[in-house]
Design a protein around this ligand. Structure first.
Ligand SMILES: NC(=O)c1ccc[n+]([C@@H]2O[C@H](COP(=O)([O-])OP(=O)(O)OC[C@H]3O[C@@H](n4cnc5c(N)ncnc54)[C@H](OP(=O)(O)O)[C@@H]3O)[C@@H](O)[C@H]2O)c1
Length: 397
């Protein structure tokens, strides 16, 4: 091994009878490891010409300098996160016998959360406006394993109703362990098409205030049980989408509300903020609040908005949400791949805007948007949408 240059440059030339090899520059104290290092990297740095080799080695060295620190930091971060995840999973709460209050339990995510908690032996208070649907859900939740289920007819946008459903739950069961704020609606219209701007007030009243009211009345009881709040927000809280500005704003408000509240409550009451992507439910069957202020079913417009984004099964989503709440996660994005849109928003918001404008706004008409054309032309609806969405119970008005 022949030293080619000064110690300060720390480059080494290794020669043999036939070939010429150069190893990477070394830190002075590592010089004694050169033979092992050399053997390891030999195939990488095999060159005929030593000048050319030096150039390549310097390039590789620069690449290592740039890439290794972030890769190491990212790996350490992921390692620590995985470690925490494993610890939280091992110490996950057993909800058998616990009292769970779920708003919006008459369909979709709320309904299936009732089944998932029921399977785990939790006692349930189910809240919504459609009593007949609530009763059906209650019967099924009992058959799946819940020892006691009550149903409460209430509108979460009315503050007295929220006070009442919390009181009724605590009076019946004597405690409250999880409050699941799930009730929600989606208003859908281009802003300038809205016939009366106040038609969309219910979005904020139900999605945001409906969560805040219930939380307000539940906190004293949750404090006693060191309970949890599960806030069903949405990835729409950070994703800009045309026609959904009121929905998106209400969900951004929900996220911000619970992030701020978490600081006030500390560790006494856990808060899991759930950000679903697209989950099978009445909402993804095309149930919207129209620009006239009426709940309608419009599957064509659903296709425009959803396009080629896969819709997650509600059973899987409910299981993931209950697991996450029991682990005491601060956030859950379900399905996980939707989290990537958060990074697009953070680092390339303009690209997101351009893409959404092109997909959802351009085309022959509102219903002939590129997003819908792509869905129709690709024929992927069968693969990306679950059966309940392809053949929905809800029929268009
Ligand atoms: N599905 C998705 O892709 C998706 C994505 C992101 C977030 N989310 C969120 O997930 C939550 C559940 O929605 P979902 O997808 O399961 O839709 P869904 O099937 O339409 O369920 C909505 C539930 O909210 C209830 N609700 C609506 N207004 C209410 C009110 N004023 N008072 C009491 N209950 C009310 C409905 O019951 P009644 O009509 O009987 O009152 C129903 O049980 C919502 O907060 C939604 O924003 C859903």
């Amino acid at each position: 091994m022949t030293k080619l240059k000064s110690d300060s440059e720390l480059c080494y030339h290794v020669s043999c009878s036939e070939k010429c090899y150069v190893v990477l520059p070394f830190h002075a104290e590592c010089q004694r490891y050169i033979p092992e290092y050399y053997n390891y990297f030999l195939p990488l740095f095999h060159h005929r010409n030593s000048t050319e080799t030096m150039v390549n080695v310097n390039v590789i060295h620069s690449i290592f300098n740039i890439l290794l620190p972030p890769i190491t930091l990212t790996s350490l971060y992921l390692l620590i996160k995985s470690f925490h995840f494993v610890i939280r999973s091992v110490l996950s709460q057993n909800v058998e016998g616990k009292v769970i209050l779920i708003t919006g339990a008459s369909s979709g995510i709320g309904e299936h959360l009732a089944y998932e908690y029921g399977r785990r032996g939790a006692r349930l208070a189910l809240v919504a406006r459609r009593e007949n649907r609530l009763n059906e859900v209650a019967i099924k939740a009992k058959s799946l394993g819940s020892p006691d289920v009550i149903t409460i007819h209430a509108d979460v946008s009315i503050v007295q109703d929220c006070n009442r459903f919390v009181d009724l739950t605590v009076n019946h069961f004597g405690q409250l362990d999880h409050l699941v704020n799930n009730a929600g609606i989606v208003p859908l219209s281009l802003f300038e098409h809205i016939t009366d701007i106040t038609n969309f007030v219910p979005a904020m009243d139900i999605n945001f205030w409906g969560s805040a009211y219930g939380t307000y009345f539940a906190i004293p009881h949750l404090r006693k049980s060191r309970g949890k709040i599960i806030a069903i927000a949405s990835s729409a809280g950070w994703l800009p989408t045309p026609r959904m500005m009121f929905y998106n704003s209400s969900k951004a408000a929900v996220i911000s509300f619970y992030e701020s509240l978490r600081i006030e409550l500390g560790k006494e009451i856990g808060i899991t903020i759930v950000n679903p992507g697209l989950i099978e439910s009445e909402m993804t069957q095309g149930k919207f609040l129209s620009k006239e202020g009426k709940m309608i079913v419009d599957q064509e417009m659903r296709d425009v908005q959803v396009s080629l984004v896969p819709i997650r099964s509600v059973t899987g989503a409910a299981k993931a949400i209950v697991n996450s709440a029991c682990r005491g996660d601060s956030y859950l994005t379900e399905p996980g791949f939707i989290k990537s849109t958060f990074y697009w928003k953070a680092f390339c918001p303009q690209v997101l805007e351009i893409m959404n404008r092109w997909l959802l706004m351009s085309g022959s008409s509102e219903r002939g948007a590129i997003s819908k054309k792509l869905l129709d032309m690709s024929g992927l609806k069968n693969k990306l949408y679950p059966e309940s969405i392809r053949n929905p119970k809800l029929k268009p008005n």
